[in-house]
Write a protein that binds this ligand. Structure first.
Ligand SMILES: CC(C)(COP(=O)(O)OP(=O)(O)OC[C@H]1O[C@@H](n2cnc3c(N)ncnc32)[C@H](O)[C@@H]1OP(=O)(O)O)[C@@H](O)C(=O)NCCC(=O)NCCS
Ligand SMILES: CC(=O)OP(=O)(O)O
Length: 329
C-alpha cells in the first residue's frame, strides 16, 4: 500500500474534523469532495454558504459543515477567548471581533483551540507566514517543545534511496536561519515525525556542502555543532553528519566519502542547513523527480495546523488533510 493510502486508512480509524478556511478556493472544494467521498474525516468550511456552494458546484460538498462568521452562534465566546489569550499583546474586544469576522485563518485556528475542529489546513492561496502565525500565537507549542518547525514527506517514484523512496525533508517551510541548537531540535522533531507517519526507523542525515570535513566554512561548523548536539539530545535516533546530499542517500557514495559510517548512504530524514536549502530542494525534487510533496507539515504546535504550497493540487490537499487527521489522533 502506498504511503498516502496507509495514512488515509489510519485517519479513518478515528474520525477527526479538519477545518479548511480557504473555502472559496476551487482546489480546496475539490479536495473537500474527495475527502468526504473517501470518508477520511469530517470537514468544516468557512464563509457564506451560497458563495461556497456556487464556487464548488461541480463537487459534492453537501456533507461539509459550513460556518458563516456573520451568523456563527459561538462568535462571542470566541472573541472573548481570543482577547483572553492575546490581551498582553494588545488584543481588544473590538480588534478580536473584527479579526474573527474577516480573517478565516484566525477563525479556523480558534475553532481548533476551542475544540470544534481537531486541526486546520490552509496555504493554497495564503503565504506560509500568514497561515502559521495565528497558530503560533494562539495554539502555542506542544508540551516540552520550544521550537515549532516544519517538514515535507517526499514520496519519490522509482527511487531506491531513503525508505522505499520516502523521505522527510526539513525544515523547508518555517524556521528561516536556524542556529546549531535549533537545527538539532529540527533533527530530533523530524526523526519523531518520520517514525510516527512513515512507521519505519528514521535515519537522519545532517546536510551540508561538506562530508566529514571535506570543506571548511562557518556554515559547515554550524552543521557539525548541530550534529553533536542532536546526537547527545536524541540518543534514541540514528543521526549523523555533516554529509553532502549524495553521501547521505547513495550507499556507494556514502561508503566512498564516509567509509565505515552506518548512516552515510542510508538517510531517510534529510535536515537542511537553512530554509533556502530546504525550500529549494523540496521544490526541485517535486518538479524534477515528479515526487509527491506533502507539506509543509508542522511539528511542535500544540494542535495540528498544516500548510500547503500555493502550487499544490487538490490531491496534495487531500494528502495533507489526511496527515493532519492522523496527527490529531
Ligand atoms: C512563521 C513566521 C511568520 C513567524 O514569525 P513572525 O511573523 O515574525 O511572528 P513573530 O516572530 O511575531 O511570532 C509570532 C508568535 O509566534 C511565536 N513563534 C514564531 N516562530 C516560532 C517557532 N518557530 N516556534 C515557536 N514559536 C514561534 C513567537 O514566539 C510569537 O509568539 P507571541 O506573539 O505570543 O510572542 C516566520 O518564522 C516566517 O515568516 N517563516 C518563514 C515562512 C516562509 O516564508 N516560508 C517559505 C515558504 S514555505
Ligand atoms: C511551502 C512553500 O514554499 O509554499 P509556497 O509555494 O506557497 O511559497
Amino acid at each position: 500500500m502506498s504511503f498516502i493510502e496507509a495514512i488515509k486508512d489510519r485517519a479513518r480509524q478515528s474520525r477527526k474534523t479538519i477545518v479548511l478556511p480557504e473555502s472559496m478556493e476551487i482546489r480546496t472544494l475539490e479536495a473537500t469532495a474527495q475527502i468526504l467521498s473517501e470518508d477520511i474525516c469530517d470537514v468544516i468550511l468557512i464563509g457564506d454558504k451560497d458563495e461556497i456552494t456556487n464556487i464548488g458546484m461541480n463537487f459534492d460538498i453537501s456533507r461539509a459543515t459550513i460556518v458563516d462568521p456573520n451568523s456563527f452562534e459561538q462568535m462571542d465566546a470566541y472573541v472573548a477567548k481570543l482577547v483572553e489569550l492575546r490581551e498582553k499583546k494588545g488584543m481588544t474586544l473590538e480588534k478580536a471581533g473584527e479579526i474573527l469576522k474577516t480573517d478565516a485563518l484566525y477563525l479556523g485556528v480558534m475553532m481548533v483551540k476551542m475544540g470544534l475542529a481537531d486541526g486546520m489546513v490552509a496555504g493554497a492561496v495564503n503565504s506560509t507566514a500568514n497561515v502559521l502565525r495565528p497558530s503560533l500565537q494562539i495554539l502555542k507549542t506542544a508540551p516540552n517543545t520550544k521550537l515549532v518547525s516544519s517538514f515535507f514527506v517526499m514520496v519519490v517514484p522509482n527511487c531506491e534511496f531513503g525508505h522505499q523512496g520516502i523521505f522527510v525533508y526539513s525544515d523547508c517551510g518555517l524556521v528561516q536561519n536556524p542556529n546549531a541548537e535549533e537545527l538539532a531540535a529540527i533533527a530530533g522533531s523530524s526523526a519523531k515525525s518520520f517514525k510516527s507517519l512513515v512507521g519505519a526507523e528514521p535515519i537522519v542525515g545532517m546536510l551540508s556542502h561538506s562530508t566529514k570535513g571535506s570543506a571548511t566554512h562557518p556554515d559547515v561548523d554550524k552543521v557539525v555543532e548541530a550534529t553533536k548536539i542532536a546526537k547527545s539530545l536524541y540518543p534514541e535516533y540514528k543521526i549523523d553528519g555533516e554529509f553532502q546530499s549524495d553521501a547521505a542517500i547513495v550507499p556507494s557514495i556514502g561508503a566512498a566519502k564516509a567509509p565505515g559510517n552506518e548512516i552515510a548512504g542510508h538517510a531517510n530524514v534529510l535536515v537542511f542547513p537553512d530554509l533556502d536549502a530546504g525550500n529549494i530542494c523540496y521544490k526541485l525534487t517535486e518538479r524534477l523527480a515528479k515526487a509527491d510533496a506533502y507539506g509543509p507539515i508542522t511539528q511542535g504546535i500544540a494542535k495540528p495546523v498544516n500548510d500547503l504550497s500555493r502550487g499544490c493540487t487538490a490531491e496534495d490537499i487531500v494528502g495533507v488533510v489526511a496527515i493532519t487527521a492522523v496527527q490529531a489522533q
